[in-house]
Design a protein around this ligand. Structure first.
Ligand code: NAD
Length: 375
């Protein structure tokens, strides 16, 4: 099988001495060992994964590493957001130290964004910073969380509050492993793919409207969509590695989305992150049209596409009761800085023309939410 694999797409993240490649293509886990040995000769490894991913893909990665003579320990954590905790971090750190890895050896997070954030953080602090190679296995992780070097865990105070910026040496995105992802998780990751088109790549959004079915079923279109998304994220990260400016545009749909996640108590049975982002992007476009910043036709196009792939687009699509507009506004205000009665939002002048709006009056947000709750 591995002989038949075409050369992977390569996207470079340009960060001077900390630059790295993202390799994207089907079957890459099998040859991960060879790709790593070429760049980091003589390393030993600790794979960190979760139980779901271990069942489906750990043996393939282990075989690939072993074929290249890379010795690897495996540390398996429980699946789910709860593993982004101090307790699980300690388990992972102990596992890496038990394997007697040195600073120049590598940690390989094999999994979705949870494992990537957790094990990436562990690699950033063990021995004051080890090398690491991301092996993302969810669509969200392949197009978003594995790129850019943000790592961390959650605390009782909130999500992602403890962590470090720590760039990997390499990202290996095997697009075939997405075949074992649940359709719901695939769709949720797709919301972030569409987001890159909506931010500043209108041609990419139009391409997705034509080709989304092929992206879902696999093949070259899937590789292309992931590569375009990684290019978009890599461009932003190269301009603003430590998130002091431009990187904010990546939050398109996230202000409304985070408020909905909080309002549903982070209950994944009701809403997962990407679904919140999909509703948030549809709302951001409708709100922009309502403020006469963009044409209602563009808002309609966004809603039609997201609904076509099976993503929610309206507040009424969230199962169960939502709080009223005032309460939703409180969640939005908690997520974003409020200054003198105004909020910061990512709004748009149309598809692919998003911008940071720093002065959105809370009164307008409130009446828009009231209207949206009744639709
Ligand atoms: P996740 O890691 O929980 O994965 C979702 C589910 O899919 C899990 O149950 C997992 O076990 C399963 N899974 C993953 N790959 C699979 C596969 N190939 N086959 C079968 N099952 C598979 O969640 P996620 O959506 O990948 O990531 C969400 C996390 O990413 C959040 O914690 C979020 O904060 C973080 N995140 C980080 C960044 C960043 O820049 N660091 C960006 C966005 C999101």
């Amino acid at each position: 099988m591995s002989d038949a694999i075409a050369a992977p797409a390569t996207v470079k993240v340009s960060l001077g001495a900390r630059s790295y490649d993202i390799l994207i293509g089907p079957g890459l886990l099998q040859r991960a060992g060879a790709e790593i040995a070429r760049r980091l000769p003589g390393v030993r490894a600790a794979i960190v994964t979760d139980a779901n991913v271990a069942e489906n893909h750990l043996a393939t990665l282990q075989a690939g590493l072993s074929a290249a003579g890379i010795e690897a320990a495996a540390i398996t954590v429980a699946p789910g957001e709860r593993s982004k905790s101090f307790g699980t971090l300690e388990e992972v750190v102990s596992g890496i130290l038990d394997a007697r890895l040195e600073r120049g050896d590598i940690v390989i997070p094999l999994g979705g964004g949870v494992v990537g954030d957790l094990a990436g953080f562990a690699s950033g602090i063990v021995r004051r910073g080890m090398h690491f190679v991301q092996a993302p296995t969810s669509l969200l992780a392949q197009v978003d969380s594995s790129v850019g070097g943000k790592t961390g865990i959650n605390t009782a105070h909130g999500k992602n509050l403890v962590g470090v910026f720590h760039q990997p040496q390499l990202v290996i995105a095997d697009t075939a492993v997405l075949d074992t992802l649940s359709p719901r998780e695939f769709r949720a990751g797709y919301a972030e793919v569409a987001k890159y088109g909506l931010i500043d790549r209108p041609d990419f959004f139009a391409w997705l409207e034509e080709n989304w079915q092929a992206v879902f079923s696999g093949g070259v279109e899937r590789v292309e969509a992931i590569a375009q998304s990684c290019r978009a994220k890599a461009d932003v990260v190269a301009r603003d590695e430590l998130e002091t400016g431009d990187r904010a545009l990546l939050n398109l749909g996230h202000t409304f989305g985070h408020a909905l996640e909080a309002a549903t108590g982070y209950d994944s049975a009701r809403l997962v992150h990407g679904e919140g982002v999909a509703i948030g992007m549809a709302l951001a476009h409708r709100f922009s049209a309502r403020l006469n910043l963009a044409s209602p036709d563009d808002a309609g196009r966004v809603e039609t596409h997201l609904a076509a792939v099976g993503l929610p687009t309206r507040l009424s699509d969230v199962p169960g009761d939502l709080p009223g507009a005032e309460r939703l506004l409180t969640y939005i205000a908690q997520d974003k800085k409020v200054s003198r009665g105004a909020l910061t939002f990512i709004l748009t002048h149309g598809i692919g023309r998003s911008f940071v709006a720093k002065d959105v009056p809370t009164s307008q947000v409130l009446s828009f939410l009231e209207e949206s709750l009744s639709q």
